[in-house]
Design a protein around this ligand. Structure first.
Ligand code: S3P
Length: 176
């Protein structure tokens, strides 16, 4: 890719970032990395245990550190944790080093995808009001960070990737 060194996928929990990142990395022949997976490897703990044992602030520090390290490399598809947009320095790093793709999902789609998962410390099926509040507070951040926004509603991973590739071609043509 001409424009930036990496592609970062952002979006709320359950938006499908991991599945899309994996397929996109195969289709574009780029290296797949995940901020969550890097944190788990460094800490030797699952995300849920890090939240439980060390707290969210610690997790956010690790997340920023991992993003900083990943941004020193190139040719990657970076699957970002849903809260990465919450720290302004992360946004600056992404802006400089990544083409940022926001996977935008409807709350009902997120809820449907999340309800079968138990590995997300900030999601609780009994507290959907909390999830909606968090989503609402992050929406402006996702939108402001995005170079490209793709709606995931009623689309398969393949369709989302096809749309991303179309938009990447457009983006490259218009960015010279
Ligand atoms: C988080 C999202 C998770 C993970 C952590 C916190 C968030 O990643 O980083 O549980 O704050 O939204 P996914 O977006 O991949 O679920």
């Amino acid at each position: 890719m001409k424009i930036k060194n990496n592609i970062a996928l952002i979006g709320f929990m359950g938006a499908g970032k991991s599945s899309v990142s994996k397929l996109l990395s195969e289709r574009l022949g780029k290296t797949l990395v995940s901020t969550d997976a890097c944190i788990e490897t460094r800490e030797g703990l699952s995300i849920i245990s890090i939240f439980k044992e060390k707290g969210e602030d610690y997790f956010r520090q690790m997340e920023s550190r991992v993003l900083e390290d990943l941004c020193r490399q190139s040719g990657q598809i970076i699957d970002c944790g849903g809260g990465i947009v919450m720290r302004p320095p992360n946004l600056s790093l992404m802006r400089l080093n990544c083409l940022v793709i926001y996977l935008e999902s409807r709350p009902e789609d997120l809820e449907a995808r999340l309800k079968n998962h138990t590995n997300r410390p900030l999601y609780n099926a009994e507290r959907l009001d909390k999830m909606l509040k968090l989503l609402e507070s992050r929406l402006p951040l996702y939108r402001a960070a995005a170079d490209i926004t793709i709606s995931t509603h009623n689309k398969s991973c393949h369709e989302v990737c096809e749309e991303i590739e179309d938009k990447l071609r457009e983006y490259e043509n218009t960015s010279g």
